[in-house]
Design a protein around this ligand. Structure first.
Ligand code: UD1
Ligand code: UDP
Length: 359
């Protein structure tokens, strides 16, 4: 079978690393990178570190409004599909690249396999929710990470060709956690390229969503809270927030915040495994915190991965300094051994189901 995979953003590179490895055992794969993420440490570093085959096409489309970005991707993906004529298109998650890939494929009657199907926040104010719902609606095979995702689809009447395969992020975590080594890095690269000594003990924070980092107020609250804790906070900053973080750090003299450039996946796993606790608004990092048995605070209004909330191991929190400090400083039990994200073989199952798919 000839499968055309569409990726564009950081979390998709990680998932495709493990799925491509399995898929290529029995299928031909063409990789299309939309260009949505393009800085070295938002894109190439993942291809290098995780040994993902180089994309066959890079469309170089990024930035602008959601409509512009998605529209340009739709036009260019359609051109590639008409050249390659794949038997199936493989899309991941909920980015604008996912939506554009789904629309271009369904219009050409090419079956779509959607990995990470069925995740729902319950609000169309979130741009990723729109991308997910539309992608699920037009896909031929829906690969779910968790039982709650299967349930969400069932509530929408989607029960055919829905498969509970587990989470490829869990596969990736298991595969790469052994490769990070135990030695702490001596230094980390700051936002202006300066070298910063790496602390012995630290909190790990990522925060990039529009709701939290798109204006000064919520981000100031979050940084205030993290700056006041007993250990420094390592914060790799998404490029969209770089200027705001530099400016807020200077304005409020947040000396306990180690704001650095985005790190590669192996370093991110190192930070996850070795952090005291984690604060994030990332869908990926809150699951990785769960895999690593680290307490996590998620700055978001909606539950994205209910399975991570067991024993309050992951708790939602408002961008409010008092609430963040209180939640971070309250210890939660991390002993529960339940693993609701599969058996670490999601990628195998996805590849098998794709190979067997009968159009
Ligand atoms: C996107 C996804 C989000 C996902 C995140 C992963 C959508 C709607 N959102 O959000 O679901 O959690 O990726 O990280 O697709 N930029 C750079 N360099 C880069 C990449 C981005 O400078 O390598 C800047 C650009 O100015 C761009 C802005 O960041 O306009 C936002 O990037 P974009 O891809 O639109 O959205 P994300 O916030 O990354
Ligand atoms: N990540 C990374 N480097 C960073 C920050 C995050 O490699 O500087 C990884 C992290 O391990 C997680 C993934 O990127 O698995 C999640 O990406 P992101 O938070 O951008 O997207 P989301 O999961 O929210 O869609």
């Amino acid at each position: 079978m000839k499968v055309l995979t569409i990726v564009g953003a950081r979390p998709q590179f990680i998932k495709s690393a493990v799925v491509s490895r399995q898929l290529r055992k029995n299928n031909e794969e063409i990789i299309v990178h939309t260009g949505q993420h393009y800085d070295y440490n938002m894109s190439d570093v993942f291809f290098d570190e995780l040994k993902i085959p180089r994309p066959d096409y890079n469309l170089g489309i990024s930035g602008g409004t959601h409509g512009k970005m998605t529209g340009e991707m739709l036009i260019e993906i359609e051109k590639v599909l008409l050249i390659e004529r794949p038997d199936m298109v493989l899309i991941y998650g909920d980015t604008n690249s996912t939506l554009a890939g789904a629309l271009a494929s369904v219009k050409l009657h090419i079956p779509i396999c959607h990995v990470e199907a069925g995740v729902r926040f319950g609000t169309l104010t979130n741009p990723e929710e729109i991308n997910r719902i539309v992608s699920d609606d037009v896909s031929a095979i829906l690969m779910c990470c968790t039982e709650s995702a299967v349930r969400n689809l069932s509530l929408e009447g989607k029960t055919e060709n829905v498969f509970l395969v587990g989470d490829p992020m869990y596969d990736a975590f298991n595969f790469y956690v052994d490769k990070i080594g135990s030695k702490a890095p001596e230094k980390i690269i700051g936002l202006d390229g300066e070298e910063i000594f790496f602390p012995d003990k630290f909190y790990y924070m990522t925060c990039h969503r529009e709701e939290n980092a798109g204006s000064d107020e919520p981000l100031t609250e979050i940084l205030y809270a993290m700056n006041s804790l007993k250990f420094p906070c390592v914060y790799p900053v998404h490029p969209r927030n770089k200027e705001r973080v530099i400016q807020l750090k200077q304005k409020y003299n947040f000396k306990n915040i180690i704001a650095c450039q985005p790190v590669g996946y192996l370093m991110s796993i190192y930070l996850t495994v070795n952090a005291e606790k984690i604060l994030t608004d990332s869908g990926g990092l809150q699951r990785e915190a769960f895999f690593a048995k680290k307490q996590c605070i998620t700055i978001f209004d909606y539950i994205v991965w209910p399975e991570t909330m067991i024993d309050n191991r992951n708790q939602l929190c408002k961008p409010c300094r008092k609430e963040i400090v209180s939640k971070i400083n309250t210890e939660q039990s991390l002993t529960c051994a339940l693993m609701p994200f599969g058996d670490g073989k999601a990628a195998c199952k996805i590849a098998e189901l794709i190979s067997k798919f009968d159009r």
